[in-house]
Design a protein around this ligand. Structure first.
Ligand code: PGA
Length: 251
């Protein structure tokens, strides 16, 4: 059985004290939770949140990293700096990075390999645009993003990779993929992993769903066989909406 993994992507929200307060509330709310948990605050708030969640069942995530270890990269943040802050997981290829900041599969793959080399867990986000879904290309887009994102990654390294399927049209819009539509893509992506790696790797890999996950739709999504948790944006910003999603436990 795959572990259910619920992650909160706080995006560019909250100041340091606000982040620390939310982290404190979540530590209390999730202390008896049986799933795997992560919060990903802004870079500037990582240290404050790290101090609060240290030694708890909540992992510390970053929302991005640079594709080089160090050097002349104004405005970028290195894996070495993230490691120093206690970050354990890095979210890569989020659709906001792909579409607003023009990150392509080659760049995401470079970041992913660097993060894995430094021992991080990576959440690789994939997902199609609305026009791609309407053109019947959802699977093809997810295939390209998965295969190119994981190019050169060994089966041993894949053990530190989580995939998050986030249809772009469902992010922050209030529109959620139906559990059946999401499950179909998740099953397709798991099949890709079986083809590229092995059935054992496919059986093991955690595939989260993301895109307007809320307390009232999380259960039916995560009840699907191939949906192993959630990457939550808006609803992760408040304990009263994140905790009910995070504490879901039916598998
Ligand atoms: P949302 O964001 O839950 O606000 O749709 C999800 C995400 O972008 O990871």
């Amino acid at each position: 059985m795959r572990q259910c993994y619920i992650a909160g992507n706080w995006k560019m929200h909250k100041t340091r004290p606000q982040s620390a307060d939310l982290a404190k509330e979540l530590v209390a709310a999730l202390k008896d939770g049986s799933n795997k948990y992560l919060v990903a605050p802004s870079f500037t708030n990582l240290e404050a949140v790290a101090a609060v969640i240290k030694g708890t069942n909540i992992r510390l995530g970053a929302q991005n990293c640079a594709c080089e270890e160090e050097g002349a990269h104004t405005g970028e943040v290195s894996v070495l700096q993230l490691k120093d802050l206690g970050v354990q997981t890095i979210i890569l290829g989020h659709s906001e990075r792909r579409h607003s900041y023009k990150e392509d599969d080659a760049l995401i793959n470079k970041k992913l390999k660097l993060a894995l080399k430094h021992g991080f867990e990576v959440i690789l986000c994939i997902g199609e645009l609305l026009e791609e879904r309407e053109a019947g290309k959802a699977n093809a887009v997810c295939e390209t993003q998965t295969v190119q994102g994981l190019a050169g990654v060994s089966e041993a390294e894949l053990a530190n990779v989580v995939i998050a399927y986030e249809p772009v049209w469902a992010i922050g819009t209030g529109k959620t993929a139906t559990p059946e539509d999401a499950e179909a893509v998740h099953a397709f992506v798991r099949g890709l992993i079986a083809k590229q790696y092995s059935q054992a790797a496919a059986d093991k890999i955690v595939i989260q769903y993301g895109g307007s996950v809320k307390p009232d739709n999380a259960a039916e999504l995560m009840a699907k066989e191939n949906i192993d948790g959630a990457l939550v944006g808006g609803a992760s910003l408040k304990t009263e909406t994140f905790a009910p999603i995070a504490k879901w436990n039916a598998k």
